[in-house]
Design a protein around this ligand. Structure first.
Ligand code: ATR
Length: 289
């Protein structure tokens, strides 16, 4: 033995977006770096779309080992990846990239994991085989939710969105199109009949927007209601669902859980979700101010 202490290499990672200052990812990853005593950093980089390739190459030259991707780069980064995993291909967007030793980018989408884990932990009694799931919205988050529900074995996904063409496009490109039934937005109240799960993926209910206009009276009382909006944590939808006796699942967990596989890929530790982290994020979201 030489008496030398092996030093762990300093790992740099971050999030790219435009704008990016609102992102909670630096809080989440920095919390875990500190909690697990790791040697590394996680920073936000604001990259306008026209500078994506050049600024990204500069960050990689400066030693970034990986990064999260947020609006508006989730699709553009797909084209820069040397390899896309199944999750990225199915969702049609990349939110996590690992940079290998040759500087090549490997893209994935951890929102499927984030949604699944949040639902699993928030409503352990939910049985995907117990009935149809209603998904409201057809944006990027809805794609991840639909694919995750397909993976879980949900046989019928009722998809409703303000712009029906967006819902049809999602359904046609889903990995199991026959399980996704599109209805018009006006039919959303009736679509709740017999459902085992309701998921709101629209931005309605988010602070600064209108509440989701949805009559819950047709929803069976055993149905689980999940809103992926997390600011506020208790949306109007969740408050009304809770008062009807439904099991509710809030949206913050999806954000935190989607960060876990990414953190693991870069820093080598699969992190856990603590009360302390949730409280910190809620205070940033203005819940406990
Ligand atoms: P995300 O990536 O979080 O899914 P997004 O891709 O911008 O965000 O999607 C936002 C979703 O909220 C869409 O389904 C959008 O419906 P459209 O496809 O018709 O745009 C939905 N949404 C936004 N504002 C809405 C409103 N006022 N009424 C109904 N749906 C709305």
């Amino acid at each position: 033995m030489t008496g030398q202490v092996a030093s762990t290499p300093f790992v740099r990672a971050g999030v790219i977006g435009h704008p990016v200052s609102h992102s909670l990812s630096p809080r989440i990853h920095s919390y875990w770096i500190k909690r697990y005593g790791l040697s590394g950093s996680y920073q936000a980089a604001d990259i306008p779309p026209e500078s994506l390739e050049g600024m990204l190459s500069a960050l990689i030259r400066r030693g970034w080992r990986g990064f999260n991707v947020t609006v508006p780069h989730k699709r553009a980064v797909m084209g820069l990846c040397a390899e896309l995993d199944d999750t990225a291909r199915r969702v049609g967007a990349v939110n996590t990239v690992v940079v290998d030793v040759r500087g090549k980018l490997h893209g994935s989408n951890t929102d499927l994991f984030g949604f699944r884990e949040n639902l699993r932990r928030g409503a352990p009694e939910f049985n995907p085989a117990s009935g149809p799931a209603v998904v409201l919205g057809a944006g990027g988050a809805a794609r991840a939710v639909v694919e995750s529900l397909i993976d879980s074995g949900v046989a019928e996904i009722r998809l409703l969105n303000r712009t029906m063409t967006h819902a049809n496009a999602l359904a046609q490109t889903a990995s199991f199109p026959s399980r996704v039934r599109v209805s018009s937005w006006e039919d959303r109240h009736a679509a709740l009949s017999g459902a085992a799960l309701l998921v709101n993926t629209t931005t309605l209910g988010m602070r600064g927007t209108s509440p989701l206009d949805l009559d819950l009276s047709a929803l069976p009382c055993e149905a689980v209601v999940n809103d992926i909006v997390y600011a506020p944590l208790m949306t109007d939808l969740l408050i009304r669902a809770q008062s009807r006796g439904h099991k509710i699942v809030t949206g913050l967990g999806m954000l935190i859980h989607q960060a876990r596989p990414a953190f693991s890929a870069w820093f080598g530790t699969f992190p856990d979700v603590t009360e302390e982290l949730c409280t910190e994020l809620l205070s940033v979201c203005g819940e406990h101010s």
